[in-house]
Design a protein around this ligand. Structure first.
Ligand SMILES: [Zn+2]
Length: 547
């Protein structure tokens, strides 16, 4: 049970996901010999990617790279471990936006790259420590990375590094050099990561499978690229206002943690080996004094972002582990005696979310209340963050407990509360509001209000599957069947299920043969979307035939 129910398409194309997860060792560790070979040998077995464009033998054009990224995302979005937790996603996106802005100001992102790329982070429910850049500006962030980092600066340092792989066009350069690369093998690799996290034995089999050797190393950046991503990432990180020591601290933290726990839970270290050279360069950028200062000071802990980080890391720890014994441990945790106030609040928050996941809803509410009381010792900016996060979780729990009226009261109290300087996009609020509206019996005004808000949101964010799915339910409540079907089709299309989207629209067109005036407009919108999806599907099929 996640915070927000994750939409699943009616036809779960799980089998497709599994077939695509052919032999691969996801993001296998940098193999300099292979990478160097790729640099020098050109592309002896070059297979043109006709529909992807024009770039065999050279760098992939930004548009072609984006198309490739979209293809890969269409394959992986349906995976149940690619999760939409609006709170965590909103926090990661907040950091990401700061970094993007800094990268733009520093001139790392030119206009064509800016407009062609998606620049979108997404979450992977996986407790290993990893983050990876995909073509087109999509960045996968494992919940394990979030859970393991002790500050926003450390998390931002990893995101800045991955962002720099994209801005420096490392993927495009590599793909130009290895022109036989195909979206299918890249998608396989990413699906392999997800499969490996669920079933280590299967992943092991994949590694030794026949094709593993062929695929291994295809997304390995060269050492030069890694060094460049560290250097550019460092500049972006500091210009974005994060503590530049975050990168060196992240290295030292990773090194210590992986030494203590060498069980393969740090895939990031396979792709990013912590060579003495890398650590040395990170330290040199800070200067000896800055490095020692960073080590002795630790992360700054009084900002509102620090509170966000502590709470979202705690939340990630709970969402990432589905084993009941692990949930039980988290659910019964109490703050350590020497814990800081912020640590105490996050331990209590994690306990409450774990209690919610084990359906101990009464106790979960009480624990949230304790977290709220402990937060009184925090600086005001942090109190504001805790108050909002706790209130969202409380509304979520009330909905889980079937207490719709109480959920609505809590949410409206929250809307009236003054917003203290906490960074949070309106999205979590919007989705929660829609869920609260849907839980009410006969509340057309609330339904209408939530539907209009969501409609405005999806016009700016047409790929937001969760928003479309809620909108579809609201239109059903409001007796607007055509709009409901279109929203549902958009939701499944956003998850990459084009056949599902096309079926829904075609079914609706058959059902509404004699539409009234209002329906005519909706049907013409649907027709345009149908044509776009069909075009997309034809292109997908052409790409597949070309593999
Ligand atoms: Zn890297």
């Amino acid at each position: 049970m996640a915070f927000w129910p994750r939409l699943r398409p009616a036809r779960v194309p799980r089998s497709l996901a599994l077939t695509l997860a052919v032999a691969c060792w996801p993001l296998a560790c940098g193999v300099p010999a292979q990478a160097q070979k790729a640099h020098t040998s050109g592309a002896p077995n070059a297979v043109a990617l006709p529909a992807l464009g024009d770039s065999v033998g050279q760098d992939l054009s930004p548009m072609a790279e984006r198309r490739l990224g979209d293809r890969i995302m269409r394959s992986i979005r349906r995976d149940p471990d690619v999760i939409d937790d609006p709170l965590i996603l909103s926090y990661v996106a907040e950091i990401w936006e700061h970094l993007l802005k800094a990268a733009r100001q520093r001139g790392e992102i030119g206009t064509d790259l800016d407009t062609s790329h998606a620049w979108e982070p997404f979450l992977v429910r996986d407790k290993t420590v990893n983050a990876f850049a995909l073509p087109g500006g999509y960045i996968g962030v494992h919940l394990g990375l979030l859970a393991m980092t002790t500050s926003q600066d450390e998390l931002a340092s990893v995101l800045a590094h991955e962002l720099s792989h994209v801005t420096q066009r490392h993927i495009a350069r590599m793909m130009g050099q290895q022109a036989r690369q195909s979206w299918v093998s890249l998608a396989s690799m990413v699906l392999g990561i997800l499969a490996a996290s669920r079933n280590p034995a299967a992943a092991q089999a994949m590694i030794y499978g026949g094709q593993a050797v062929a695929i291994q190393g295809q997304l390995n950046f060269s050492r030069d690229m890694e060094r460049e991503a560290d250097r550019v990432g460092f500049g972006v990180l500091s210009d974005a206002g994060f503590e530049p020591a975050g990168m060196a601290l992240m290295f030292s933290h990773l090194e210590q943690a992986s030494r203590l726990n060498d069980d393969g839970s740090f895939p990031y270290l396979r792709t990013h080996p912590l060579t003495t050279e890398r650590i040395g360069e990170a330290q040199a950028r800070l200067g000896i004094q800055g490095w020692h200062q960073a080590l002795s000071n630790g992360p700054a802990s009084d900002s509102s972002l620090a509170a966000w980080h502590a709470l979202m890391a705690a939340r990630a720890r709970v969402l990432t582990d589905t084993r009941s014994d692990a949930l039980h441990t988290l659910a019964t945790a109490v703050p350590a005696k020497n814990a800081s106030s912020l640590q105490a609040v996050s331990t209590l928050y994690a306990a409450a979310v774990a209690q919610q996941r084990t359906r101990d809803l009464v106790r979960a509410q009480q624990t949230l209340q304790q977290a709220r009381l402990s937060a009184k010792l925090l600086p005001p900016a942090q109190q504001g963050v805790v108050e909002r996060v706790v209130a969202y979780s409380q509304v979520d729990m009330l909905l889980d407990a079937g207490q719709a009226a109480e959920a609505a009261r809590t949410l409206s109290k929250l809307s009236e509360a003054p917003r203290i300087s906490e960074p949070l996009s309106p999205r979590p609020d919007l989705l929660l509001r829609a869920r609260v509206a849907l839980a009410q019996h006969a509340a057309p005004d609330m339904w209408q209000d939530a539907a209009y808000r969501l409609q405005t949101h999806v016009s700016d964010h047409p790929g937001d599957a969760s928003a479309w799915a809620l909108l579809s339910e609201l239109w059903q409540h409001l007796n607007q069947p055509l709009r409901a079907i279109r929203a549902e089709a958009e939701a499944v299309a956003a998850l990459g299920d084009l056949p599902g989207a096309i079926d829904r629209i075609q079914g609706a067109v058959r059902r509404f043969r004699q539409p009234d005036a209002a329906d005519v407009i909706e049907l013409s919108v649907m027709d345009a979307r149908l044509k776009a999806w069909q075009r997309q599907q034809r292109e997908d099929m052409r790409d597949e035939a070309a593999q």
